[in-house]
Design a protein around this ligand. Structure first.
Ligand SMILES: Cc1cc2nc3c(=O)[nH]c(=O)nc-3n(C[C@H](O)[C@H](O)[C@H](O)COP(=O)(O)O)c2cc1C
Length: 343
């Protein structure tokens, strides 16, 4: 039987509208920022628990005001945490992280958007009216130098946060950056189809999963790296419909694709798609380059109303990522593929 454990939290803001957040030091969701709080002790009132938890985790003494929301958070082994989050105001004390908070600090909404937050926090703050809308949490850019950005923008699949909403404005901002990519004769014949509707995403995801099943059944015996990619790709195929945003890059190509080498056509779309991945990464969002839906390109076009003279080139699932960093990947040695002054 499910065991319910009472918990509390505190939504605390300073005079500048910044939120007091703590970095969770322990499971669940260790390594993510959230509002201070914790379990209610036996015989303790909810409000007394808020005062105690905030003091333990931040060193600050608060006055507890209205209830902001109540949320059920599933834990391990049939445990559900019933968390009552209250509005509170700091009355005294000096900020210092303590107890199971690994760190604590004040963050503006744009700063929060660049942080790994606990699942649903932005949603609850938005619903309770603390953020005007999710666009309030527009991310600032991550402090990555150009080489770091280029070498750590990975295909993100298992670390896509399926719970955290992605504001359309963030995707549009990244697309504005992507539109600076080159196109042949500056033709800009690309189109970007952004899917957020759950039913539409489900239809496209079903076709992707069907194509993935055929593809993966025909893969040869694999080495360790290929097996890891396959497991990650399987996960994406299983969860594609739940990814908050799917972006399809497409290009006007005439009714038929050109004969022969098509680099001139796709070169006017694909650099923009990679720029989009980079711009998303710089804003704390992950994506993965995928093409398997193209087996059913016409079916996808029908679902989305894409005209017959426009061809699709890439499907990017887009979400905030969980965890904090990505590493450069192993690649073949440059010398094996480098040809200076001829092959
Ligand atoms: C042309 C192309 C097609 C791809 N198609 C898929 C796909 O359909 N599904 C998928 O999960 N990953 C797909 N990928 C992602 C690759 O598996 C990934 O880029 C590769 O394993 C290297 O990993 P990295 O991007 O993290 O460096 C594709 C990548 C490219 C460039």
């Amino acid at each position: 039987m499910t065991r319910r454990i009472l918990g509390v939290g505190a939504v605390i803001r300073d005079a500048d509208g910044r939120f007091l957040l703590v970095l969770r030091g322990h499971a669940p969701q260790a390594g993510r920022w959230t509002v201070p709080g914790g379990k209610v002790e036996p015989g303790e009132s909810l409000r007394a628990a808020v005062v105690r938890e905030v003091a333990e985790e931040t060193g600050l003494h608060v006055e507890v005001e209205d209830l902001a929301w109540v949320v059920d958070i599933p834990g391990d082994d049939d445990v559900v945490f019933e968390v009552h989050d209250f509005v509170a105001t700091v009355r005294s004390g000096t900020l210092q992280a303590g107890d199971d908070a690994a760190d604590a600090g004040w963050f503006s909404p744009p700063e929060m958007a660049g942080l790994p937050l606990t699942t649903g926090l932005i949603k609850y703050l938005t619903r309770a009216g603390f953020l005007i809308d999710e666009g309030d949490a527009m991310p600032e850019l991550l402090p990555l130098d150009p080489d770091e950005l280029l070498t750590t923008t990975r295909s993100v699949r298992k670390r896509l946060d399926l719970e955290r909403p992605v504001p359309l404005d963030v995707v549009k901002e990244a697309l504005e950056v992507a539109l600076q990519a080159p196109t042949g004769s500056n033709s800009q014949t690309w189109h970007w189809i952004v899917l957020t509707d759950p039913e539409i995403k489900q239809k496209v995801a079903d076709l992707y999963a069907k194509s993935f099943a055929t593809y993966s059944a025909n893969q040869p015996r694999r080495d360790d790296t290929a097996r890891r990619v396959a497991s990650s790709a399987q996960y994406l195929a299983d969860t594609m419909a739940q990814v908050p945003v799917l972006v399809i890059g497409a290009i006007y190509s005439g009714a038929d694709l050109p004969d022969g080498n098509q680099a001139g056509l796709w070169g006017s779309l694909l650099p923009g798609a990679w720029s989009l991945q980079l711009a998303l990464r710089a804003r704390g969002l992950g994506s993965a380059w995928t093409t398997l839906h193209l087996v059913y390109e016409r079916e996808v076009a029908e679902i989305l109303g894409i005209p017959p003279n426009v061809h699709q080139g890439v499907l990017l699932p887009v979400a905030y990522y969980t965890g904090t960093d990505f590493k450069p990947a192993g690649r073949k040695p440059l010398d094996d593929i480098l040809h200076v002054n001829g092959w």
